[in-house]
Design a protein around this ligand. Sequence first.
Ligand SMILES: Nc1ncnc2c1ncn2[C@@H]1O[C@H](COP(=O)(O)OP(=O)(O)OP(=O)(O)O)[C@@H](O)[C@H]1O
Ligand SMILES: [Mg+2]
Length: 281
Amino acid sequence: MFGFLKSKNGAHERPVDAQGRHAVIDIRRVAKVYKMGDIEVHALRGVDVQIYEGDFISIMGPSGSGKSTLMNILGCLDQPSQGEYYLDGENVSKLSEGDLARVRNKKIGFVFQSFNLLKRTSALRQVELPLIYGGAGGRAKRAAAALESVGLGNRLDHLPSELSGGQQQRVAIARALVNEPAMILADEPTGNLDSRSGSEVMQIFQRLNREQGITVVFVTHDPWIARHTRRIIMLRDGLVIADREIAHPLVAGEAERPSEADEMETLFKETYYGGKKDEYN
Ligand SMILES: Nc1ncnc2c1ncn2[C@@H]1O[C@H](COP(=O)(O)OP(=O)(O)OP(=O)(O)O)[C@@H](O)[C@H]1O
Ligand SMILES: [Mg+2]
């Protein structure tokens, strides 16, 4: 439907979905090859994905299927070996390291599974860091506001070792948010958390998405977490094998978590098979 749109001056036209939303992320035939001596690992083998403003997406797939590789490319932490990446309509697939870092700092908040906080640095200071790199003013106030928005207004001076896992992840989310990015990318943000802290993190993502229209994309292995998002993209062996809307996303903190087996079954019915079980084996 979208084809490869080029306007007269050669700029890329952003695809628009049925609801009139523009693509924030538009990747075309993206491949990633890691070279290790004589051996090549084909981590992504031609991935096309469009993600629209205000979307809320989970990326799933077996270990080694290319999820982190894809997230690192989407987050401008790494570049594709082949293919194009248009971020807000700008081709970022061939930018220099420095330009890539600038795009990342301005547009993207990244959250990691292992929090990636500095050990001897207070929560407030951690959240100020992106503002320091960006040369922004009013840093302490903005950082404190970001921490308040994730429920940590009373933990500003705490070190990571003085915070629970869930709280540490919320500091990382505040750090991702403080530059007011259009998009938050998170690689297994609930992977190291118990289910209650995971649910708190989901509530924050859902609120950011609903109230501020922030586009959220994250990787998860957990079907229950995935069902809180609006769309699931499934990878296998470096390719997208399914891409489905979730008709009725769960609201974090409201529904009771069912047994894992039931959950798997529901997810597979909704997304993997999409009602046509024969498509997949
Ligand atoms: N820096 C690297 N150098 C070489 N090979 C890599 C590198 N990073 C990832 N790979 C390989 O690329 C493939 C995809 O890895 P990736 O980390 O994207 O998988 P994943 O889907 O995130 O897996 P997991 O669920 O275990 O996190 C794997 O076969 C992996 O071994
Ligand atoms: Mg990974």
